[in-house]
Design a protein around this ligand. Structure first.
Ligand code: C5P
Length: 413
């Protein structure tokens, strides 16, 4: 069965050059079984004709808020009621600003305001407009109101510049929209997981690594996908199959893992750092295999980047869950890391014979500011599901708190 089978998708098109991609988007949404109706702003009609979108959707295109004939057929309230989801693609900087203000002075803005179903926007604009603090503030505001922000992509732009702001390709938008209809505690959330060890090369045949099997990180990635999240797993070298519906990125060194994480973090709601990242790497990697000699040998090491700490130091960090593998003083060490790395949650376990690394079972104690929960020794797959359920609760609790604080701040402004 197609993923959007029978779903009513209202596609809003605002006035940017990416509007030409909306035609392909309509076609692909219908291929997935969706019924599509299109609402265009006046500016969008300058970029693509309503006739094109009418022919592809098989439905009249709506544009006018105050046209009595159009209102009699299907007015803004009926359109909002008809929809199972609303996607505005492209969403210009101006349209997002109007959305933030709750305007209702054209049909698309009015439909968005009247809409009680999931609302997604696919931003498309010049890179400087995207990077402006006004746009960043608008975006944060929309996210706090649970608007799904899909993209944008980075690359060459119609204006001749290169950078972030390109609208995502129609195929990607359809895939992300499908995710919004999935059910589960993390439905539609974007989760980035690190797992496994890293390998730090000494020479072409030798490396420094650790005993991590990646089993816990892979189980968490699988559990997050089962809970409806869109999961990307950045993995060091392990002997495990990629879980279904998880997007995998293979890396070897800590620096590669750092680069992969940073490349995806802007599109992440929840970051789970389950990897056992090597804290140090050889300062120099020999180009040829190092020959043995009778003399002692000293290996000079330099620190690797702390990926998790770098993520929480970002101006707009995602919700973060770290792991702590300890050989003693579990709570003290874990709570110290929770504070030192500014984490939302930390899952700590004792490592020792038969527990922690390389085995199928584990036990976890999870800590957060003002709370904790203990999960007894069980299969890592089961443990991961319990952990993800707790994470979803804590994520929701923080999200609700942030929204209340934001709304208070707006009220008193
Ligand atoms: O400080 P410690 O290494 O014990 O912290 C463990 C947590 O930090 C884990 O979540 C691990 O994935 C993460 N970490 C990291 N980058 C490092 C070291 C640890 O992301 N270089």
């Amino acid at each position: 069965m197609n993923t959007l089978s029978g779903k009513h998708i209202l596609l809003g098109v605002s006035g940017g050059i990416a509007a030409y991609k909306s035609a392909d988007l309509v076609r692909r949404l219908r291929e997935q079984g969706a019924e599509v109706r299109v609402v265009m702003t006046a500016a969008a009609r300058e970029f693509i004709t309503p006739l094109t979108l009418q022919a592809l959707s098989g439905q009249p295109v709506h544009s006018d808020l105050l046209d009595p004939r159009a209102e009699a057929a299907m007015g803004h309230i009926e359109l909002a009621r008809w929809a199972d989801a609303l996607l505005v693609a492209p969403a210009t900087a101006d349209f997002m600003a109007r959305l933030v203000q709750g305007r209702a002075d054209d049909l698309l803005a009015a439909v968005c305001l009247a809409c009680e179903v999931p609302l997604a926007v696919a931003p498309a604009m010049n890179r400087a407009m995207w990077q402006q603090s006004a746009t960043r503030d608008n975006l944060a505001n929309l996210r706090a109101r649970r608007v799904h922000v899909l993209g944008p992509d980075t690359g060459s732009q119609a204006c001749g510049e290169t950078g972030p702001g390109r609208m995502l390709e129609p195929g990607d938008l359809v895939r992300l929209l499908c995710g919004m209809f999935q059910e589960g505690a993390l439905a539609g959330r974007r989760v980035l997981v690190t797992a496994g060890p890293t390998r730090e090369p000494i020479d072409p045949v030798r490396y420094i690594s650790n005993r991590s099997s990646g089993k816990m990180g892979y189980a968490v990635a699988r559990a997050a996908a089962e809970a409806g999240a869109r999961v990307t797993l950045v993995s060091g070298p392990v002997a495990l199959a990629l879980p279904e519906r998880v997007n995998g990125i293979q890396v070897e060194t800590a620096e590669q893992m750092y680069a992969a994480v940073m490349g995806h973090i802007a599109d992440t709601d929840i970051f789970i750092a389950a990897a056992a990242v090597a804290d140090y790497r050889p300062r120099d990697t020999a180009g040829q295999k190092i020959k043995k000699s009778a003399a002692d040998m000293t290996l000079a090491l330099e620190p690797n980047p702390d990926i998790l700490a770098a993520v929480t130091a970002l101006p707009e960090p995602p919700f973060t869950l770290g792991f702590a593998a300890e050989t003693g003083a579990l709570e003290t060490n874990a709570r110290h890391k929770l504070r030192a790395k500014s984490l939302d949650m930390i899952a700590a376990n004792l490592v020792g014979p038969g527990q922690g690394f390389e085995v199928d079972d584990n036990a976890l104690q999870v800590f957060w500011d003002g709370g904790s929960q203990q999960f007894g020794l069980t299969r890592k797959t089961h443990l991961a599901r319990q952990l993800v359920a707790l994470l979803a609760q804590r994520y929701q609790a923080r999200y609700n708190k942030d929204t209340v604080v934001k709304l208070h701040a707006q009220d008193s402004a």
